[in-house]
Design a protein around this ligand. Structure first.
Ligand code: SF4
Length: 606
């Protein structure tokens, strides 16, 4: 028998410690709950009582937040909480069979806690480790490159209650897997150089350089970063804030993980440039809960930069230039990647998207002007500060300047990170990554575009194939119906439940796809999917609901045979006209989702 894990503090004690660490600030509620979860393994009623009393918050509010995020639990779960990634590329690598194998070894049912409270095993949407899957999280720590043997060893370690610190370090190895560098990942400059260059120009000139660069947001929507910075700079407010959105939850996307691991200085330097341009004195880095393992590294980078006077008061000796960054860790909610939901989460609330306008640049964090940009956008802004807007605008295409960091996963020999100038063809990406016999590529995750082989000359660019980064490759052996079904399950799981059309619609859509999968479908179901699309597009509150039918519709469009084989009747004939359904949807909503193909983190229109 090996050493048992050290006993954890009691729930009230853990809550008191977490609240003290966060200065009893009610806006830090999510961080407090997350830390209680980490200390105790769940959020017990005693912890809730303590938080309600000390933060003077309604119990319903505390419970509302605690039940919103999938990594928080108000009921006991196993001392070892195992979550297998349910992303399609992990599934293709065999994660469902590995999950069953672990459950069998431990004699437990998926989704249940073992009778002795030792372990629980379930799935999570995507761990952001698609380049080194199958992967799982155990008590929030990632385990990569699972095999049957590794799963058996994990079962043994759990049975013997071996603390995670004593598990083989190799299990927790996360590689950057950078396969191709370009202007951003290949840049070589010292921390502080970009800030010094910006200070020499002055804040107004920095904003002009950003506008001249035509750098567009890298989170999906592609709003010009310079215009956003200008709008925030011009917005009246008591103070201004800056937020780095590192909550990449789109399945197939993992570039933020790698940028934060290998280029954190550039990301924080870009945030500091944003602060100089907008007058923000405080910044937040919202780190995806699945990337909790990067927290120590990021805190060390911030400390080093404070010591070098690149953060804090009078940055680089410039009187009045004060800015610092705090890291907030998410707790498993894809919808928080949408910037207004992210701001709600930062304020210690449920991550429900806000109605807009007003936009965050005028009324963001705590109602003050706030810039929210993606990790890659901030890192790229350093190149603009160093080399100038005109230089940056010379890279890429007329409508998409600069380079794009892509995350290639699925059926290819060399999955990983590839940086290309915008305008690079999908065919070139596939060749570089060693993809063969490719049937289709899903660009920009479940809400994006499913591109068949006949269209591989299409280009990565906002004007053709926009993407936050995900490029998932499917070879000719893959069943595109199952790919679409996985994406639909993803949307159902991640619907925040705020509005009925999305909450109910994503469930109905999932039921229809499951029915088709079981060979019980008919043309009637296709007509229902078309109607569901109209409903979701016109009535949903945010982009998640708007795009929930995209994977089904694009797959029906590009791979009708994959659906035909699922029908109970041989005389398949789609009962609705896809183009007519989409045209009606566009008429009703004024949107063209065939062109957008992206669930944007940001839809700023100041
Ligand atoms: Fe939440 Fe879905 Fe409504 Fe968006 S559309 S607010 S994700 S329920």
């Amino acid at each position: 028998m090996r050493t048992a894990p050290p006993s954890s503090p009691g729930p009230a004690e853990a809550a008191a410690t977490a609240m003290a660490r966060h200065r009893h600030d009610p806006h830090e509620l999510l961080q407090v709950l997350r830390e209680v979860q980490e200390s105790c393994g769940w959020i017990a009623p005693e912890a809730i009582d303590c938080i309600v009393a000390r933060l003077n918050l309604p119990r319903t509010k505390v419970l509302g937040v605690a039940t919103f995020y999938s990594f928080l639990h108000i009921n006991p779960c196993g001392r070892y909480r195992v979550l297998f990634s349910d992303n399609i590329t992990d599934r293709m690598l065999g994660s469902p069979a590995l999950l069953e194998r672990l459950c069998r070894s431990l004699w437990i049912e998926r989704g249940k806690v073992s009778e002795d409270g030792l372990v629980s095993v379930d799935t999570t949407s995507c761990t952001g480790l698609c380049d080194q899957g199958p992967a799982l999280l155990v008590n929030g720590r990632p385990v990569t490159r699972l095999t049957g043997r590794r799963v058996d060893e994990i079962a043994e370690l759990i049975r013997e209650s071996v603390p995670l610190e004593a598990w083989p370090a190799e299990y927790f190895r996360v590689d950057d897997n950078i396969q191709r560098r370009d202007a951003l990942l290949g840049a070589d400059y010292r921390p502080g150089e970009a800030i010094a260059a910006a200070l020499a120009r002055g804040p107004a000139a920095l904003v002009e350089e950003m506008k001249a660069s035509r750098l567009r947001g890298r989170g999906g929507a592609g709003f010009p970063a310079g215009l956003k910075w200008q709008a925030c700079r011009d917005a009246p407010g008591r103070t201004h804030y800056l937020v780095c959105n590192a909550d990449e939850g789109e399945p197939g996307n993992f570039k933020d993980r790698v940028l934060l691991a290998c280029a954190a200085d550039a990301v924080v330097e870009g945030m500091t440039l944003g602060a100089l341009a907008t007058g923000a004195w405080r910044g937040f880095l919202y780190l995806r809960g699945e990337y909790r393992f990067l927290l120590g590294h990021l805190e060390a980078v911030l400390e080093r930069r404070r010591a070098a006077r690149l953060l804090g008061e009078s940055i680089l000796g410039r009187e009045g230039f004060d800015f610092d960054v705090a890291i907030h860790v998410g707790a498993g909610a894809y919808v928080c990647g949408e910037e207004s939901a992210l701001i709600e989460s930062l304020e210690g609330k449920r991550g429900t998207p806000r109605s807009r306008p007003p936009y965050p640049v005028t009324e963001g964090y705590l109602g003050e002007p706030t810039v929210v940009n993606n990790v890659e956008t901030f890192a790229a802004s350093c190149l603009v500060a160093l080399k100038g807007g005109a230089w940056y605008a010379g890279l890429g295409t007329a409508q998409s300047s600069g380079t794009k960091v892509l995350c290639v996963s699925g059926d290819c020999a060399r999955p990983g990170i590839y940086e290309y100038p915008f305008g690079t063809s999908l065919r070139e990406v596939l060749a570089d990554s060693g993809a063969a016999r490719t049937q289709a590529v899903q660009v920009s995750g479940p809400s994006g575009a499913c591109v068949p082989a006949a269209e591989f000359d299409r280009r990565i660019a906002f004007e053709d194939l926009p993407t936050a980064g995900a490029v998932m490759v499917f070879d000719q052996g893959r069943d595109m119906f199952e790919v679409a079904r996985n994406f639909v399950h993803f949307f159902r799981h991640e619907s925040c439940g705020f509005c009925t059309p999305c909450r109910v619609g994503t469930s109905l859509l999932t039921n229809m796809m499951d029915k088709l999968a079981n060979g019980l479908g008919s043309p009637y179901d296709f007509a229902e999917i078309g109607k569901m699309n109209l409903l979701l597009q016109s009535m949903s509150h945010c982009g998640l609901g708007h795009s929930a039918c995209n994977p089904v519709l694009t797959t029906i469009d590009k791979f009708p045979g994959a659906f035909q084989s699922r029908l109970a009747h041989e005389d398949f004939e789609p009962a609705f006209d896809l183009d007519r359904a989409l045209a009606s949807a566009r008429q009703m909503t004024g949107r063209d989702d065939r062109a957008a193909h992206v669930w944007p983190q940001s839809t700023e229109a100041p």
